[in-house]
Design a protein around this ligand. Structure first.
Ligand code: 5RP
Length: 235
């Protein structure tokens, strides 16, 4: 049983690397590059870091999370703060679910707000993922909703009126998870999202919501790797 689980994890890691390797070909010298968060994006960041450190590739990076910035800096990648950035040429990031029309759920790692800011400002936004992320409808993966801490309980009630079961995210040590922006996260389950546009407008109407993990009309293309190969999916 343990061996089977290890095999699945290894197979997924191979697929993620396949997508990351293809996405690294998109980087050109002089670009300002948005760095996503999560394990697949991290593989891509390591490949990018090797090119910066060992081959003198000149780029500037913008980080979608503090973890990502730490990883990038460990390779000597130069960063510009989001607040000082005036253009992003390319962003590569992972996803938790990829539905038709390249609608996404993101934020499993807790970084959805910055990820969305970086993605939405990018001329080219590319998703890298293994094929297990592809779904027909969003909603099986818990949808993260970032909330102002004092509003968490009220926002939770409002989300439950939409049919969700909500759970305040905690860290493994039992403390409440605090995002890079000092907010809290509600992980929402129990709703198959039939119409993501409608859901977005309903969630955005709840005061106290800072951002949610549904990404619509942002992705230029997704690089999705399976054991059989790699496909480039466009809308
Ligand atoms: C983090 C994210 C990640 O991109 C998403 O969770 C996918 O992660 P992984 O590549 O590890 O499966 O949105 O907030």
């Amino acid at each position: 049983m343990l061996e089977q689980i290890e095999d699945v994890i290894e197979a997924k890691a191979r697929m993620k690397m396949k997508a990351a390797e293809r996405a690294i070909e998109l980087v050109e010298p002089g670009m300002t590059v948005g760095l996503g968060s999560g394990s697949t994006a991290s593989m891509w960041i390591r490949l990018l870091g090797e090119r910066v450190r060992d081959r003198g590739l000149q780029i500037t990076a913008v980080a979608s999370s503090e973890d990502t910035e730490r990883l990038g800096r460990s390779y000597g990648i130069p960063f510009v703060a989001i607040g000082k950035c005036d253009r992003i040429d390319l962003t590569v990031d992972g996803a938790d679910e990829i539905a038709p029309r390249l609608a996404l759920i993101k934020g499993g790692g807790g970084n959805l707000l910055r990820e969305k800011i970086v993605a939405s400002a990018s001329k080219l936004f590319v998703v890298v993922a293994d094929s297990s992320k592809v779904v027909n409808k969003l909603g099986k993966f818990p949808l993260p909703v970032e909330v102002i801490p004092m509003a968490a309980s009220l926002v939770s009630c409002a989300l439950e009126e939409l049919g969700f079961t909500t759970k305040l995210r905690h860290r493994p040590d039992g403390s409440i998870y605090v995002t890079d922006q000092q907010n809290h996260l509600l992980d929402c389950t129990g709703v198959t999202i039939e119409d993501p546009y409608q859901m977005v407008s309903e969630i955005n109407a709840i005061v106290g919501v800072v951002e949610h993990g549904i990404f619509l009309d942002m992705v230029n293309f997704a690089l999705i790797a399976s054991e059989d190969g790699l496909i480039e999916r466009r809308v």
